[in-house]
Each structure stands twice: as C-alpha cells, then as structure tokens.
Ligand binder design. Structure first.
Ligand SMILES: NC(=O)c1ccc[n+]([C@@H]2O[C@H](COP(=O)([O-])OP(=O)(O)OC[C@H]3O[C@@H](n4cnc5c(N)ncnc54)[C@H](O)[C@@H]3O)[C@@H](O)[C@H]2O)c1
Length: 262
C-alpha cells in the first residue's frame, strides 16, 4: 500500500461486482474511503464488508443510478458520512448485444439510461459538492465501442460515445473549479455481467474464456488492470490531466488479436 489516494472519499457506481468492485477495492487499499453504490443491495453490502474486513473504509449506499432522486441521495450520503467528496467513478454499465433491427425503443432507452443518464445524474449532484470542497476527480468508464463502430452494439456504442463527449464538456466547464474529468477504456473483462449476458445469448462461456489466449497479451483483463489507472486518475499525481481518454485495453483499439492488424 502506497497511500496514493489517502483519505480521499470516492463514490464508485456499480461496485457490487465486476470492474467496479475491483476499482473500489484497490482505491480502498490505497487509502481512500469508498462509497459502493449499486442497485444490488445484498451484493453491495457484502462488497463493502469485504473491503472493511481487509482493513479498508467502505460504505454501501443503495442507488438505482438511472433515478435522479437516488443519485441526489447518493451524493449527499457520501458527503455526510465522510464529511467530504473527492472522487466519482461512473462505472455502471450494461452492454447487451443488439443490432439496429433488434433494438426496440424500450431497449434503446434502457441502455442509454444505464450507460449515460446515470453519469449525468451523478455528476449533477456530485459536482456542486466538489466545487464547495475545492475540487475533485471524475472518471467515466467508457468503452472501445464509444469510439469505434460496432453493428451489434448500436445503443451501447451511442451511449458510450455520448459519455465521452460529456466527459470532455465537464472537463472544460469545471476545470477552473479544479474538477477533472477523464474517460477510461477497459479491455475485455469476463465480469459477472459479461458472463450473464453471454449465457443469455446462448454463447458457450468456456469458448469465450478460451478466446483470451488470442488477445494481444494472451489473457482477458482483470478488474485490477483498470483499477491501477483509476487510482492514478483519482490521485493528485494526475492533477494536470483532464478531458483525456485512457486506453487500458491491451491494445484492443488498434490490434484486436495476436499478430493480426485487421
Ligand atoms: N466487461 C468488459 O469487458 C467491459 C469492457 C469495456 C468496458 N466495460 C464497462 O465497464 C463497466 C463495468 O462493467 P462490468 O463488466 O464490470 O459489468 P457488471 O455487469 O459485471 O457490473 C455492473 C454493476 O453495475 C450495477 N448496475 C447496473 N445497473 C445499475 C443501476 N441502474 N444502478 C445501480 N447499479 C447498477 C450492477 O448491479 C453491477 O453490480 C461498464 O460501464 C461497462 O460498460 C466493460
């Protein structure tokens, strides 16, 4: 432990499992006091308890981050419990595969709500607290699909693209208040969400796991791979960094599989 984010208070949304939990766990290990926000109460409580059992400080707060009142309550609860608020990681996401033909209005709205409306609401209520506290750092967990065309992720790609421009806009608008906002692109993580979605499509999960060997570094990523970069972005080491895209994607943006560039 190097205390790189010592005593900083950081909300991580969607941290009951997957990449979000990995981020919350590492932030806590580096000294941050973390607020785990999720709509899964049992899992969220267990995640916070795991961090506390390891010697970290963590609070679980129920929030459906597609609901404005929940996001307002989340920001307030974090600031009240810990007395300040330094960081927000908008990690919540949902990525069901669907082509244009398969995307109903309801699915479009659900995907946009989880992936981008959530960040809008969280930023809306967290930023005024950060302004009063003298600054802060927001990390939006994006996707390669926010930059590149993906015909079977129509709504997800649009949502993550919108999240990127929200990132840049907030970076410009609140830089003078010492509030930074960056966009982080993880690689392919076999998270609980990824596995559940694969199963729902009838995809053989073992086959997906085996595909890790074909990736540039010969494995899928772990949540920790993204978490290392989040620690940097929340820490004061990145005080001159804002409006940026961080590719923590094992080269996926440029080279999908080993030895191939197509
Ligand atoms: N898994 C990957 O390969 C991958 C790759 C690139 C980017 N991402 C992005 O990383 C982020 C995390 O993905 P993951 O794979 O860990 O997902 P996951 O499905 O395993 O975890 C998502 C978490 O968010 C919570 N959540 C979902 N909707 C919510 C809501 N409305 N309110 C509160 N909580 C909610 C879930 O309960 C869950 O705990 C997402 O933004 C995703 O788009 C994932």
């Amino acid at each position: 432990m190097t205390h790189r984010v010592q005593d900083k208070v950081v909300i991580v949304t969607g941290a009951a499992q997957g990449i979000g939990f990995g981020i919350a766990e590492m932030l806590a290990r580096e000294g941050a006091r973390v607020v785990i926000a999720d709509k899964q109460t049992e899992k969220g409580e267990a995640a916070a308890a795991r961090i506390r059992d390891a010697g970290g400080e963590a609070l679980f707060q129920y929030a459906d981050v597609t609901v404005e009142a929940d996001c307002a309550a989340l920001a307030q609860a974090a600031a009240e419990h810990f007395g300040r608020l330094d960081g927000l990681v908008n990690n919540v996401g949902w990525f069901p595969r669907a082509t244009l033909e398969e995307t109903t209005t309801e699915l479009w709205e659900a995907i946009m709500n989880v992936n981008v409306r959530s960040a809008f609401y969280c930023c809306k209520y967290v930023i005024p607290i950060m302004q009063r506290g003298g600054g802060g750092s927001i990390v939006n967990i994006g996707s390669i699909h926010g930059l590149q065309a993906s015909s079977n992720l129509i709504a997800y790609g649009a949502a993550k693209g919108a999240l990127l421009n929200l990132t840049r806009t907030l970076a410009g608008a609140y830089g003078a208040d010492r509030i930074r906002c960056n966009y982080l692109i993880p690689g392919w993580v076999m998270s609980e969400g990824e596995i559940a979605l694969a199963k729902s499509r009838g995809v053989d999960v073992n086959e997906l796991r085996a595909q890790g060997a074909q990736l540039l570094f010969g494995r899928h990523q772990t949540p920790q791979d993204a978490a290392y970069a989040v620690v940097y972005l929340i820490s004061d080491e990145s005080s001159q960094v804002t409006g940026s895209i961080f590719h923590i994607d094992a080269g996926m943006s440029t080279l999908l599989f080993r030895g191939r560039s197509d």
